[in-house]
Design a protein around this ligand. Structure first.
Ligand code: HSE
Length: 376
């Protein structure tokens, strides 16, 4: 198969290196903003108009100009493999429509879980079973930060600086620490599992930016461990999905996921829960997942979405009990649902009665610097 690679950064170069080692894949053209290799172009039309190129791999990231490039390549009849979760989560219907019209494959296994072969297995599973829930620890940066805060006593800023130094965080760490990266990956998992791609604005999201050592101390005292979880259930009406920190009992599988490792799972009605853990980012793991998609297409198994996948409404209706930490003067606002368990350093730490997830997110949005987590 003759392929082109758009974006020769870390992941694109990994794909290039692996493809060069394979007899069955030939990289005939690469694209980047500046030309620094012989076979490289800075003009996307050189790739779009080259009839020799059968498949395009995109590892550039972002939506602009990648959406335009993706549609051009697909409309020129080229299969498309991308690691770009932002692009696929925002433009899934358009990309799939174009792929269907042009009878080409669209695959994006590396866009959720990096190196973990999650989405393709999820697609295969939904063919054979009814998937009832999807989710997991889908962001390595936040897992790394939470893990170091809980195992080594680092504060949030120290742990974030360390994650950035190790290259785990996105260029703008806000998308990691505020949960948006996990939210995008969750949209992809829902689309693959149910053919329903929830809109980002319908998935309440809360990250780890406001977590403090006082929270960690309380989790330890109560035998709990915090992990950022993106999860979705199939409901009668569609999808119920959210992203927030969850507190697990120490013997839960999630607590054994340390550093920047990801942990992605799905639940089948007949088969029960399956989970996959491993590197959710990084040059070589992600490149291997991209290559797997290319090989699937070559084998005639290049499906990752149901034909009738659509953008769907979502809610976050699941009721849960929550841990909440607010400033002393803010406690009155949550007193109806929460019982204060501790007062310390000007804060009230409390636990709630069962509350709808979307209501909890809405309530906490207006409380500056407060932190909450779902109790498992
Ligand atoms: N910043 C992402 C993470 C990289 O930390 O998981 C892979 O999507």
């Amino acid at each position: 198969m003759k392929i082109a690679i758009l974006g020769m950064g870390k992941i694109g170069s990994g794909v290039y290196e692996y493809a060069m080692d394979m007899d069955t894949i030939a990289v005939v053209r690469t694209f980047d903003i500046k030309k620094w290799m012989d076979d490289m172009t800075t003009d996307i039309d050189d790739i779009v108009n080259d009839p020799e190129i059968e498949l395009v791999v995109e590892t550039m990231g972002g939506v602009n100009p990648t959406k335009e490039y993706a549609l051009k390549c697909i409309n020129a009849g080229k299969h498309y493999v991308t690691a770009n979760k932002q692009l696929v989560s925002e433009a899934i219907e358009e990309l799939l429509d174009a792929a269907k019209k042009n009878n080409v494959c669209l695959m994006f296994g590396a866009a959720c879980g990096g190196g973990i072969p999650y989405l393709k297995n999820l697609y295969n599973a939904q063919n054979a079973d009814k998937i009832t829930a999807v989710g997991g620890i889908l962001n390595g940066t936040t897992n790394y930060i939470l893990d170091r805060m809980q195992t080594e006593g680092l504060d949030y800023e120290q742990a974030l600086t360390s994650a950035q130094a190790l290259g785990y965080a996105e260029k703008d760490p806000a998308s990691d620490v505020d949960g948006l990266d996990a939210q995008r990956k969750l949209i992809l998992a829902c689309a693959v599992a149910w053919g329903l791609a929830p809109k980002a604005e319908d998935i309440p999201v809360s990250g780890i930016r406001h977590i403090k050592p006082i929270d960690i101390k309380y989790f330890k005292e109560t035998g709990r461990v915090a992990r950022l979880i993106a999860s979705a259930d199939k409901t009668e009406a569609g999808v119920s999905a959210s992203v927030e920190v969850h507190l697990f009992r120490e013997d839960a599988s999630e607590c054994a996921i340390h550093k920047n490792v990801n942990f992605a799972w799905y639940e089948g009605q007949r088969s029960g829960r399956f989970s996959f853990s491993g590197q959710g980012a990084g040059k070589y793991p992600t490149a291997v997942n991209v290559i797997q998609d290319v090989l699937s297409i070559m084998k005639g198994d290049g499906r990752m979405l149901k034909e009738d996948t659509v953008i769907a409404k979502a809610s976050a209706e699941r009721e849960r009990c929550f841990y909440i930490r607010v400033k002393d003067h803010e406690f009155e606002a949550i007193e109806k649902i929460a019982k204060a368990v501790k007062r310390e350093d000007g804060y009230v730490l409390s636990e709630t009665i069962p509350v709808k997830t979307e209501e909890m997110h809405a309530m906490m949005k207006n409380m500056c610097g407060a932190f909450f987590a779902a109790i498992e």
